[in-house]
Design a protein around this ligand. Structure first.
Ligand SMILES: [Zn+2]
Ligand SMILES: [Zn+2]
Length: 333
């Protein structure tokens, strides 16, 4: 299956967590958490349409200013999703600057606050000097973004403060049968993307797609495609290592192609993990195993393990594969 989502952590595991997800063949990207994003080029930042913040501890939100700086003159709006209090946090950031000279700028920031039972909206627009405009509120029902290509879901977890875990799912995957393409004597080209878009929008069978200048009906082209399960990527950061959280996370991330998960402490420091409300690498591995994810990408390590990061990977991998592990061996003190 050719992936649609190209997901890459912006930084190494000892720097702030942020996951940049490029959407293939669309000039668009999503960002999960906005920690230090200085490694992202302006061109990459400009592609970000939606930001999903797990919580506003500084290491997950300090990048907001860099993003705002880059998108100030952008026509497309920027959406920010986050847990309880995100609207006030964005408002607080915006109030830290003077905005008397931006009334001509087009940028519009829409903030979506995901509370336990409700979803609140607020807008901050350059034309209004980013004064807060409260919008509608609705009921929270897990899906926070629903488009023909993708869907984003949120899960409430605890880290002393409310935190959201996110899942990004492709609604379904459209595969092109290359042999059939050859058999029908059709060339590879941009029309394939156009056809995929039409399928996602449930266009009627008599919809016409131009193939190298020749009009073809969708129903004629149908034998070229097969539909399979869509891709799923999940993102879990800064979660108290208690059983209640873990029991909620496992079904939420179940069947992910890739789970991006914090592995902040070694299990030998489980007491510290509980005190600081972070998962251990072993717990990340256990979640990945029980949820039967395809791949576990460990992120966000405590700086105390700088000289023994391999132990964290080993511990997580051992749990993931169901092996007995002694990853917490005394290489790290
Ligand atoms: Zn945190
Ligand atoms: Zn953190």
């Amino acid at each position: 299956m050719k992936p649609v989502f190209i997901a890459d952590p912006v930084n190494g595991p000892f720097d702030d967590p942020s996951l940049y997800v490029r959407i293939l063949r669309e000039s668009r990207a999503l960002l999960f958490d906005a920690g230090d994003i200085r490694r992202l080029e302006t061109g990459s930042i400009l592609k970000i349409s939606d930001i999903f913040i797990t919580h506003t501890h500084m290491d997950h939100f300090i990048g907001f200013d860099s993003i705002l700086r880059a998108v100030l003159r952008r026509d497309e709006p920027l959406r920010i999703f986050g847990p309880e209090n995100i609207i006030s946090c964005v408002e607080g950031k915006l109030r830290g600057y003077s905005w008397n000279l931006i009334k001509e700028y087009p940028v519009r920031i829409e903030v979506i606050e995901i509370k336990t039972d409700s979803v609140e909206h607020a807008g901050f627009y350059a034309e209004n000097s980013f004064c807060r405009i409260d919008g509608r509120s609705g009921r929270f029902d897990e899906i926070i973004l629903d488009e023909p290509l993708l869907r984003v879901k949120a899960l409430h977890v605890k880290h002393e403060i409310p935190v959201l875990a996110y899942s990004l799912e492709e609604e379904f995957h459209i595969n092109i049968n290359k042999d059939m393409l050859q058999e029908m004597g059709l060339p590879v080209g941009p029309w394939l993307s156009e056809m995929k878009k039409a399928i996602r929008l449930q266009a009627p069978p008599d919809t016409v797609i131009e193939v190298d200048g020749v009009p073809r009906r969708m129903e004629e082209l149908a034998p070229l495609t097969t539909i399979t399960r869509g891709e799923k990527i999940t993102y879990v950061m800064d979660v108290s290592p208690d059983e209640e959280n873990i029991r909620k996370i496992i079904p939420f991330v179940a069947g992910s192609d890739v789970l991006f998960c914090e592995g902040y402490f070694l299990s030998r420091d489980a007491d510290r993990a509980m005190e600081r409300s972070h998962l251990t690498a072993a717990l990340a591995g256990r979640i990945a195993r029980e949820a039967r994810v395809g791949r576990l990408e460990l992120m966000h390590f405590s700086p105390k393990y700088r000289h023994c990061a391999d132990d964290l990977y080993r511990e997580a991998e051992g749990e993931f594969r169901g092996e007995v592990t002694c990853a917490a061996a005394d290489t790290c003190n």
